[in-house]
Design a protein around this ligand. Structure first.
Ligand code: TMP
Length: 237
């Protein structure tokens, strides 16, 4: 399968049409941004790592009953996925306080919750992805009630599966962001990516950050952190 026309370029990925109208090719870049594009940089090898890691995790989720957009990895950076219409919601699950949760509610990072939280942001760069609730999403017609219920069910299932999987690698899954898409028949599937760009991973013992916070917060060792998660997952590079 080959790339035809580029139809979308985001901060971390490009999307191309193929000769099959129901399939697109996603190509992962090394570019990194933070704070809604204000901070820009590159993370050497990130595209190849995020592509392979996301595919590995999506296949694991798929086997465990979470439908995803994944079809086939073409090479280090490129993957064939089902063409979807993205639901314009960023779905964030948290197991441990960190990031904007700590900032918004004035609590330290690292508080382990009794149960995971879920929140939605309206995916809109001009507005800076504002936090919204289910009722706002319905009012804005971003998704139907049924779709929101399905998305919540899948998001918590993804949390259970990923949390247990990463625990076995001595990694605490602190929080993560998911995006979902609609297939032509309306079926909701997990889309976008699951990677150190979209998850917070802390080493279970040392609490060392193994994710994009190293870039966001200028902590150094960014490439090494991404590689370390790959190594623990046992993915050959
Ligand atoms: P937050 O604490 O900044 O709200 O981030 C929560 C999680 O969502 C964290 O794992 C990083 C991820 N995330 C994204 O994937 N994209 C984004 O644009 C933001 C702000 C966060």
């Amino acid at each position: 399968m080959e790339k035809r026309d580029m139809i979308y370029e985001g901060k971390a990925k490009k999307v191309y049409t193929t000769d099959d109208e129901n399939l697109v090719i996603v190509s992962y870049k090394d570019d990194a941004t933070a704070f809604n594009g204000l901070k820009k940089g590159t993370i050497a090898g990130k595209g190849a790592i995020n592509n392979q890691m996301s595919n590995f995790l999506m296949q694991m989720l798929e086997k465990n009953g979470v439908p995803t957009h994944f079809v086939e990895q073409l090479n280090e950076r490129d993957t064939v996925v089902k063409r979807v219409r993205i639901v314009p919601l960023e779905v964030i699950i948290r197991n441990i306080s960190a990031g904007s949760f700590s900032k918004r509610y004035g609590v330290e990072e690292g508080i382990v919750f009794d149960q995971p939280t879920i929140e939605f942001s309206y995916k809109n760069d001009e507005l800076g992805d504002p936090l919204i609730n289910d009722y706002h999403a319905l009012a804005l017609k971003l998704a139907t009630k049924e779709e929101i219920e399905t998305i919540k069910k899948y998001a918590f299932r993804v949390d259970e599966l990923l949390k247990a999987y990463f625990k076995g690698l001595n990694i605490d899954l602190v929080d993560f962001k998911l995006e979902f898409g609609r297939l032509p028949d309306g079926t909701i599937v997990l889309a976008d990516e699951i990677s150190p760009d979209t998850c917070r991973f802390w080493d279970s013992q040392t609490h060392e950050k193994l994710d994009k916070d190293r870039f966001r917060r200028d902590l150094g060792g960014v490439e090494e952190a991404y590689q370390e998660v790959m190594r623990r997952l046992g993915i050959e590079k």
